[in-house]
Design a protein around this ligand. Structure first.
Ligand code: SAH
Ligand code: SF4
Ligand code: F3S
Length: 504
């Protein structure tokens, strides 16, 4: 809204209402992106407008992550930079939300005494009220869920409230894609990981709610939904005699009109059951993409991580995935430099990465998290320089594989769901006020196997599924040209020779 003013008429009296401005910064995983979307939606209802300028904002929120030290440092330094802003404008409300709020609790107030709110991820429904109270001059407020040892499981579960019904299309990755939470929490307790403590016990949402949300999103024009869970393939919802698993849920979602694609992240290797693989293979709207983090290629390290599988079990699972779904793309996460990781352990990780040929891998240097079993049991004894070197080495190895595996796409036609202007285009050609830019535009989208495709098109094509011929590829991106629609079927065959159109 221009100038931050909303002019409304009520009878004969003209009321001028100042819109309140909200700045929100989000770090962390897709769960956090979704949480921010929902917090923004709830504050818009209270008359807030988003701003990307902290100086203008009446309320500044940070939705935080604790998975690695670096993510926390980033937020504490951003908070540090607000010290003077708060001194000069004491009415500004500053809130810390999400996983670091749950983990650090009052420590946030100690490190940044001018913070007004600290709200854990299980308490986000309280944000609008807490912000209003803070604006009215209330004391500092801490609203968090129970810790994993602070009560009976039931009570702990109830204290982590999933906050899902409110959606704000403007906050989605694109209006055509949306995250849908199907689970909250995690019960796996990998020894390095803070997530089970900050996100609470694993709880699956009722299928009925998920379906209703998917229908709502599709009716708003959404083409792809991305189902979210820390271990999404562990999804199971019991009602009486009946248990709904992820494969059943995928089946039920197929009939939602308007939805074209359904993705889900992140999978836990041990729970990759055959019924799920069959569903991914057979259901037309399921993408042929599975993120199944291996974390390490050494049995000794996997055991220390308490991942619950051996390297050969992981390989067996991957073999099954590839047997069942021939055109599948699999991606992984790896942690390098976990406690006690030797050169030999690391070389086994490289070997697993080399043999598994993941589409790509996210590689992280181990970051010790206070409160985890890993921090309690094992010294963080791999020097930072070694972690860095291993990280770079594995990254280079993975990039070479990714680039090589993208080469067979050259000359092929792939089906791309167009997501929007590419990063370069967004920088070069900011949208006009109406949000439209005429003329050719560099666009980005994804194939059914989650490969990123960049090509030239126009804004009207955003949200469509288009055939694109690939002419170049690097490790992370395919480059292509749209197969133009005025080319008839015969001409198309002639002009494209032996190109194949597949479900990619
Ligand atoms: N639930 C997902 C991942 C959650 S965290 C899963 O189980 O796969 C995302 C990734 O961060 C993890 O897969 C792991 O590779 C990495 N990670 C988690 N804790 C970490 C830590 N303490 N240090 C470094 N990387 C970590
Ligand atoms: Fe963390 Fe392991 Fe749970 Fe993933 S499965 S969120 S890595 S504890
Ligand atoms: Fe971070 Fe919390 Fe996600 S710790 S990775 S934002 S669940």
């Amino acid at each position: 809204m221009g100038g931050g003013l909303y002019r409304g008429y009520l009878g004969f009296r003209r009321r001028v209402i100042m819109t309140k401005k909200l700045y929100i910064e989000t770090v962390g995983c897709q769960m956090n992106v979704l949480d921010s979307e929902l917090v923004v939606a709830s504050l818009r209802r209270e008359g807030y407008e988003l701003t990307d300028n902290k100086t203008d904002a009446d309320t500044i929120l940070f939705n935080t992550c604790s998975v690695r030290q670096h993510a926390e440092d980033k937020i504490y330094s951003a908070l540090g930079r607000l010290k003077h802003a708060k001194r000069d404008h004491p009415g500004k409300v500053i809130g810390v939300l999400g996983c670091m709020a749950q983990k650090d609790q009052r420590l946030v107030f100690q490190r940044a005494p001018y913070v007004d709110l600290v709200v854990g991820p299980g308490q986000l429904h309280q944000v609008p009220r807490l912000v209003e109270e803070a604006r009215a001059g209330a004391e500092q407020r801490l609203e968090v869920s129970l810790g994993r040892k602070e009560g009976a499981r039931d009570a702990i579960e109830r204290s982590h409230e999933s906050f899902d019904p409110l959606r704000d299309p403007a906050m989605r990755p694109t209006p055509y894609q949306a995250y849908v939470r199907i689970m909250i929490g995690c019960d796996k307790f990998c020894t390095y990981c803070i997530v089970p403590s900050v996100r609470g016990p694993e709880q699956s949402r009722p299928p009925r709610e998920i379906l209703a949300e998917a229908r709502q999103l599709a009716s708003e024009g959404c083409k792809e939904i991305i189902l979210l869970g820390q271990t999404v393939n562990s999804y199971h919802y019991r009602a009486g005699e009946r248990t709904t698993r992820l494969s059943d849920l995928l089946g039920e979602l197929q009939v939602v009109e308007g939805l074209e694609r359904i993705r889900f992240i992140t999978n836990y290797p041990k729970d990759m059951t055959d019924d799920l693989l069959a569903a991914v293979r057979d259901l037309p709207k399921s993408t042929r993409y599975l993120h199944v983090p291996a974390q390490s290629g050494s049995d000794r390290i996997l055991e220390r991580m308490k991942r619950g599988y051996t390297v050969s079990e992981y390989r067996e699972m991957l073999g099954r995935v590839r047997d069942w779904i021939p055109e599948v793309a699999v991606t992984s996460d790896f942690i390098v430099g976990f406690c006690g990781e030797t050169d030999e352990d690391f070389s086994q990780t490289c070997q697993l990465a080399r043999q598994s040929r993941f589409k790509n891998s996210y590689i992280f240097k181990y970051s010790q998290r206070p409160g985890t079993k890993g921090a309690e049991r094992f010294p963080d004894d791999v020097p930072e320089a070694v972690k860095k070197e291993r990280n770079n080495h594995l990254l280079a190895l993975q990039n070479a594989i990714s680039e090589e595996d993208n080469q067979p796409f050259l000359g092929r036609v792939v089906e791309v769901l167009v997501e929007g202007p590419s990063k370069t285009a967004r920088k070069r050609q900011p949208a006009t006020e109406s949000g439209h830019v005429d003329g050719p535009l560099q666009l980005t989208g994804r194939t059914l196997c989650d490969r990123i495709v960049v090509f030239t098109g126009n804004r009207r094509q955003v949200g469509q599924i288009l055939p694109v011929t690939i002419y170049d590829a690097n490790a992370l991106t395919l480059f292509g040209t749209v197969v133009t629609q005025h080319v008839g079927p015969e001409l198309f065959t002639l002009s494209t020779g032996n190109l194949s159109t597949g479900n990619l």
